[in-house]
Design a protein around this ligand. Structure first.
Ligand code: HEM
Length: 203
């Protein structure tokens, strides 16, 4: 039996949140619930979410630049990638609550948390308007504004958490992720310039 688009959204959401939740629970059961272990899971879940976000970020420009079945498929599945991103980031939120419960002197930096909470609001607004009925209710142009601004907001919100304090610390996992982010930005920029040039050319 084929799933409706709304059922598919929920299935992807629960599968991605559940997978990260299960893997996290297994890791904590095996390695212990020390703060270091919880923070490791927070870092890994956020990085996994960011990799999915990068795919969403480049889906349309990549399709514009390279018209292949693979780029068409990526663009076609962008909505489900957004849902998976929300699921993974919901697991990140679950880990934040878990950390607040198990670490007695857990101290939230108010300004950072405010930005984080606002970003979660943006993520969930985008998620809730990714269903056919809610997208229709919002209207095409409002939907486009919300999802375009939201995409840039979430992308930019990641950067301060991924960037190291000094260039010397750029090596390692985050250095690679930042390199991928730079490639994604260049891809978007190239597609934008190419489409502007196409529009400027006389027909
Ligand atoms: C109130 C909301 C949030 C809180 C309290 C929070 C808390 C945390 C904590 C404690 C860590 C582990 C840091 C460490 O190892 O010392 C972490 C990692 C991370 N978080 Fe969150 N987070 C929040 C929301 C977000 C949001 C909205 C994003 C992105 C849009 C995000 C992106 C990241 C990233 C990328 C990392 C990994 C950083 C690294 O690799 O070093 N977080 N978060």
């Amino acid at each position: 039996m084929a799933l409706t688009s709304s059922q598919r959204n929920w299935a992807v959401f629960f599968a991605s949140a559940g997978l990260i939740g299960l893997l996290s629970a297994a890791w904590l059961a095996v390695s212990g619930t020390s703060d270091d272990n919880v923070r490791l899971l927070l870092r890994l879940s956020a990085r996994a979410a960011f990799l999915v976000l990068l795919l969403i970020f480049i889906a349309r420009p990549l399709r514009q630049l390279i018209a292949t079945p693979a780029t068409a498929k990526l663009l076609q599945n962008r909505r489900l990638l957004g849902i998976a991103f929300t699921g993974i980031h919901t697991a990140h939120l679950g880990l934040i609550f878990y950390r607040a419960r198990v670490i007695p002197d857990f101290d939230l930096n108010i300004s950072e948390s405010l930005l984080g909470a606002l970003t979660y609001l943006v993520i969930y607004l985008m998620f809730l308007t990714s269903f056919d009925a809610t997208a229709r209710a919002l209207g095409r142009s409002n939907w486009r504004v919300l999802h375009k601004v939201g995409l840039y907001w979430v992308f930019v919100a990641f950067l301060p958490t991924l960037l190291p304090d000094s260039l010397g610390q750029l090596a390692g996992a985050n250095g690679f992720i930042i390199l991928l982010a730079a490639v994604a930005i260049v891809t978007r920029l190239t597609a934008f310039l190419a489409s502007r040039q196409r529009r400027a050319q006389p027909q």
